[in-house]
Design a protein around this ligand. Structure first.
Ligand code: FES
Length: 106
């Protein structure tokens, strides 16, 4: 499951609520919020007008490679085929699992 959720249960009132955590992506001197568990990191960045180069959008070409400065990501469909160096990730096929900081080369 891709979502980062906390289930809050109040058994005294027999009320169950689910609160979705909103993760923060620090990139290019701004903070982008990741709150859609169906979305790749690339989709999230694009929807916040952060420009990332891409080609295949499927983990094959490596065109979207960025540096993960801080935090953790996950590849929900398995490790991508494109080469990534130390601290590099492929936003087209990953999701953040913690708040993250990215460095995007221009
Ligand atoms: S766009 Fe091809 S690996 Fe991400």
């Amino acid at each position: 499951m891709l979502s980062k959720c906390i289930k809050v249960e109040n058994t005294n009132q027999d009320v169950k609520d689910t609160v979705r955590l909103q993760l923060k992506i620090n990139v290019q001197s701004k903070v982008v919020h990741y709150d859609n568990n169906e979305q790749t990191l690339l989709d999230c960045l694009e929807s916040s007008n952060v420009e990332v180069h891409y080609h295949c959008r499927d983990g094959f070409c490596g065109a979207c490679r960025v540096t993960l400065v801080e935090g953790e990501i996950n590849y929900p469909l398995g490790e991508p085929l494109a080469y990534v160096g130390d601290n590099e990730i492929l936003p087209c096929c990953c999701v953040p699992v913690t708040d993250i900081t990215l460095l995007i080369e221009e």
